[in-house]
Write a protein that binds this ligand. Structure first.
Ligand code: FAD
Length: 344
């Protein structure tokens, strides 16, 4: 008889892990505080090795049928500086989280997983329990309050599949979605609490007057129901081997959103956890052994990437460093490919 595994958090990491374990016959119960389908604050741009994880788990074709698109180019804007549309060294996937999370949840259930939507876990994270609860909230990081906003819109014409606009308080990504809509998602920082976000989110996502972002969003027809926000983000890299719990996805560590690699890390960390957890379930590995193996694999895979991404994120918030980055990205294929490769 196999030992069962409990996964707390039915986001991308939890669901992917649950699917992988069910494919190996492991009994899985998943607790999810929310319900499906639901919008999430996310650029909805999947870039990096997570695509290979999805393919190896046999999920890519089904997702493509459900409405996953492909992105092959990106353009960057900061004030009057712009980097015209450039081919991405490796194509990304674009998909609404409204579609993606629900599709994975259905797949988990189809494979016999027990899903408990609307159920928040309040217990300990001991033997057999995996934390996939997403980001850990930290109201202030290094003196800044980081928050994210996102909404879907129509009537937005883009010069590339992904446009990144750098504004004084952060950055906004505009990503083409299958079906003709555009996802508009921003990460911002502020020294003080920002009031009225629920009313003023269009101003934040619309950028400063006279900016390219402002002109892009001027005629946008927002899908009001898709608006969501998140605050208390912490982008300080964490090491899995320093944790006492078994963690996957953002619960482990969060990579700066500008990389478009957070979802990929959720898929990758879930995939790295499948084999050790299956061995635990079959009685071939102790819980501590499985936890240690997963943490070691995650640190080996993610530590260099997190270091580069933290460096890029810091540079993007300093006008001079950002200008140098954009200059080099526009003129040097070697630099563009190097930065792209090292942050994913
Ligand atoms: C502004 C912004 C833009 C981003 N843009 C991108 C992008 O373009 N590309 C990209 O790849 N990534 C992006 N990301 C990151 C990406 O959204 C995350 O990395 C990804 O969602 C992580 O998945 P996860 O499963 O770890 O966490 P989540 O998707 O957050 O899922 C965690 C789940 O756990 C549940 N939960 C939490 N606590 C409990 C509990 N106690 N009991 C039960 N359930 C619980 C929650 O309800 C939630 O469903 C962005 C993030 C931000 C903030």
């Amino acid at each position: 008889m196999s030992e069962s595994v409990t996964i707390v958090g039915g986001g991308l990491a939890g669901l992917t892990l649950g699917i992988g374990l069910r494919q190996r016959g492991v009994p899985v119960t998943m607790w999810e505080a929310g319900r499906y389908p639901r919008h999430r604050v996310c650029g909805e741009f999947i870039s990096g090795g997570g695509q290979n994880s999805l393919a190896r788990l046999g999920l890519l074709e089904g997702l493509q049928r459900a409405g996953v698109g492909s992105a092959g180019s990106a353009a960057f804007f900061a004030g009057k500086t712009r980097v015209a549309a450039r081919p991405l060294p490796k194509a990304a996937l674009c998909v609404s989280r409204f579609v993606l999370d629900e599709w994975l949840a259905r797949e988990f259930q189809r494979l016999g997983g027990e899903l408990r939507p609307g159920a928040r876990w309040h217990g300990e994270f001991g033997t057999g329990i995996v934390r996939a609860t997403g980001r850990s909230a930290e109201p202030v990081t290094d003196g800044w309050r980081l928050f994210g906003l996102k909404a879907h819109a129509r009537g937005v014409a883009l010069a590339a599949d992904l446009e990144m606009h750098f504004v004084p308080s952060g950055y906004v990504g505009l990503c083409r979605l299958a079906g003709g809509g555009v996802n508009i998602c921003g990460l911002f920082r502020s020294k003080s609490v920002v009031p009225d976000l629920a009313q003023r989110w269009r101003d934040w996502l619309g950028g400063p007057a006279a900016s390219v972002l402002h002109s892009r969003v001027a005629d946008a027809r927002f899908d009001e129901d898709s608006f969501c926000s998140v605050a208390g983000l912490c982008l300080r890299p964490q090491r899995a081997t320093q944790r006492n719990e078994c963690c996957v996805g953002d619960a482990l560590t969060m990579i700066p959103p500008v990389t478009g690699n957070g979802m990929s890390m959720a898929f990758e960390s879930a995939e790295l956890a499948i084999e050790p957890l299956a061995e635990f379930s079959y009685g071939q590995l102790t819980w501590d052994g499985a936890r240690h193996e997963i943490a070691t694999r995650c640190d080996m895979r993610f530590t260099p990437r997190l270091r580069w991404a933290a460096w890029v994120q810091r540079a993007l918030f300093q006008p001079l460093a950002r200008a140098v980055l954009m200059f080099l990205a526009a003129r040097s294929e070697w630099f563009w490919r190097g930065i792209f490769g090292r942050t994913r």
